[in-house]
Design a protein around this ligand. Structure first.
Ligand SMILES: C[S@@+](CC[C@H](N)C(=O)[O-])C[C@H]1O[C@@H](n2cnc3c(N)ncnc32)[C@H](O)[C@@H]1O
Length: 238
């Protein structure tokens, strides 16, 4: 892996803990090719501390070339939902964040196969992107099957905590939609408790997926193991 590639996968500033995995099993040759050939052009600039030590706000219009609505997916995993949304809504731009390199490689393969152009890929922590996004710049955000952190002493690591939700509220447009899917009842509880005080109204909490939903790898696993999906929708307060 070149130095450039290494820095792409080590974007976390030391002041911040990331508890998930960054690497999984050895990448296939084709996946290494996607990373070295495609990621450079698809990465948004000025997100990492190395790229932007002063944390100057970026202009999302620089990413997509115009001032289209911008959406963000936190933890896209294998990327099936992100590519599906990009394909379904060509008029928007979607930035995906995922520190797990194997997931990034999978997404890049799917982007090639689908030929979608309206995507940007931050191979790191969503908090680094939110740090440098201007206020009220996102129209929609997705948190699909976030890491459950089942042990009570780890619940503060969940995304649905003020550490993540307050920056999210800052970067979302008033009226912007925030979707959360999870199969963990206690994650639903914490989501319903913590998201509204960060500045969101609850719109719905249901077992019926959104009309434009595509099931993700984690959802398929949850269904195979007999767990029940929950779909929660919030709107950023005006
Ligand atoms: C359980 S997986 C779900 C993946 C995918 N959304 C799905 O439904 O198949 C959760 C993912 O969130 C990622 N993740 C966790 N914290 C994150 C953060 N702060 N920023 C971006 N991604 C994060 C993890 O690396 C992991 O791949």
């Amino acid at each position: 892996m070149s130095d450039d590639q290494k820095s792409a996968f080590d974007p976390n500033p030391p002041r911040r803990n990331f508890y998930g995995r960054r690497h999984g099993k050895t990448l296939r040759q084709s996946q290494k090719g996607y990373l070295s050939e495609d990621l450079g052009d698809l990465r948004p600039r000025g997100i990492t501390v190395q790229d932007n030590p002063d944390r100057k706000p970026i202009n999302p219009a620089d990413i997509f070339g115009d001032d289209r609505p911008v959406w963000m997916e936190v933890g896209f995993g294998g990327g099936e939902h992100m590519v599906h949304m990009a394909h379904r809504y060509p008029e928007i731009g979607i930035i995906g964040c995922e520190p797990f390199i194997n997931g990034v490689a999978m997404l890049l393969g799917k982007i090639r196969a689908a030929g979608v152009q309206n995507v940007s890929v931050h191979p790191g922590d969503a908090r680094d992107l939110m740090d440098v996004l201007p206020e009220a710049s996102l129209s929609r955000a997705f948190l699909m099957y976030p890491d459950p952190w089942p042990k009570a002493r780890h619940h503060r690591r969940r995304f649905v905590t003020p550490e993540h939700l307050l920056p999210l509220a800052r970067v979302m447009k008033p009226g912007g939609e925030f979707r959360v899917a999870t199969d963990i009842p206690d994650y639903v509880r914490q989501t319903l408790e913590e998201v509204p005080p960060a500045g969101f109204d609850l719109i719905s909490e249901t077992g019926m997926p959104w009309d434009d939903w595509i099931s993700t790898r984690y959802e398929q696993k949850a269904l195979r193991e007999g767990r029940v999906p929950h779909y929660v929708t919030f709107r950023r307060k005006a």
